[in-house]
Design a protein around this ligand. Structure first.
Ligand SMILES: *[C@@H]1O[C@H](CO)[C@@H](O)[C@H](O)[C@H]1NC(C)=O
Ligand SMILES: *[C@@H]1O[C@H](CO)[C@@H](O)[C@H](O)[C@H]1NC(C)=O
Ligand SMILES: *[C@@H]1O[C@H](CO)[C@@H](O)[C@H](O)[C@H]1NC(C)=O
Length: 271
């Protein structure tokens, strides 16, 4: 009897492992937009997901705030940290952060608990970015369009939304950050931004080729420390994200599972 029980437990274990892997290892097509509203990012609040801690948010003078700080866009002291901006590694690869929305059919119905602090590889599929990729960490949520998977890239000066958050954070006129829903229109205008934001602003006109709503294929990947070092946020399930053939969960193919099931059942009847 004990050996039979052990087999059943082993089988249950197998199915749990492969079930989890399926749920995390998702991919699809997405639209991309840009934002930089200076507000405390949505994934910077506690209990948004099972993670080490929420995304760092910063004071007006760019020092990390305590987790419970209210958003600077509503009278609080928490703003977007300036270093959560994009940078290029080489001509075909960049790192960055994004406000994310992923359709519920991919996440099993979950919302922020599925994407807050998760990392995604975006392989651009439209010109002029075809052949270029990014790995971004979801630091924020982009809820206003729910018909598509969406990554709104955090690009300084890339798109002020209606908030006066940037004016409050940096003590400048909000117009320094460009027009509402569009951002600044030329690379030279990046020089008017606060010093810490200029590089990420110029990234848009250099590496990103000032692309307009580029499309991308995306897939969840384990977060690189280059990104989590800046947010301090790591998801508990990141360890289980499949990154390649050497991942333990990926060795349990359907046929392996059925073989295990057959052995398990056989041993059950032979007791
Ligand atoms: C700016 O943000 C708004 C609100 O999310 C969005 O509708 C718009 O498409 C964005 N513009 C760009 C250029 O990304
Ligand atoms: C660009 O950097 C990425 C990430 O380090 C690397 O995987 C890729 O091979 C590099 N590409 C080139 C063309 O150097
Ligand atoms: C899931 O992981 C496997 C193994 O690494 C990989 O071959 C496959 O492309 C991944 N599937 C998706 C949907 O990303």
């Amino acid at each position: 009897m004990p050996s039979c029980l052990r087999n059943i437990l082993f089988l249950l274990d197998l199915f749990v492992i492969s079930g989890t892997a399926l749920q995390l290892n998702y991919s699809g097509e997405a639209v991309t937009t840009r934002f930089w509203d200076c507000c405390k990012p949505s994934c910077a609040w506690k209990d948004k997901a099972a993670f080490s801690r929420p995304v760092l948010s910063c004071t007006a003078d760019d020092k990390s705030t305590e987790i419970d700080a209210g958003t600077g866009c509503n009278g609080g002291t928490g703003f977007q940290c300036s270093n959560q901006q994009p940078w290029s590694v080489n001509d075909t690869f960049s790192y960055g952060f994004a406000g994310v929305y992923i359709k519920p059919e991919l996440t099993g119905g979950k919302i922020e608990d599925a994407w807050c602090c998760a990392c995604y590889q975006l392989d651009f599929t439209s010109e002029p970015l075809r052949g270029k990729s990014m790995i971004i960490q979801a630091s924020n949520t982009a809820y206003d369009v729910k018909t598509d998977n969406r990554f709104s890239l955090a690009v300084p000066g890339g798109n002020t939304t209606s908030h006066d958050g940037c004016a409050r954070q940096y003590g400048v006129d909000q117009s320094v950050f460009g027009a509402e829903n569009a951002g600044i229109s030329a690379s030279d205008d990046c020089d008017k931004l606060p010093e810490a934001l200029k590089a990420g602003c110029k990234w848009r006109f250099d590496w990103f080729k000032d692309a307009s709503y580029p499309s991308a294929n995306f897939k969840r990947v384990a977060c690189p420390s280059a990104l989590t070092d800046l947010t301090q946020c790591t998801r508990n399930d990141d360890k289980e994200v499949l990154t390649g053939q050497d991942s333990p969960a990926s060795t349990f193919s359907p046929s392996t599972k059925f073989a295990a099931l057959a052995i398990g059942l056989a041993s059950l009847f032979s007791v």
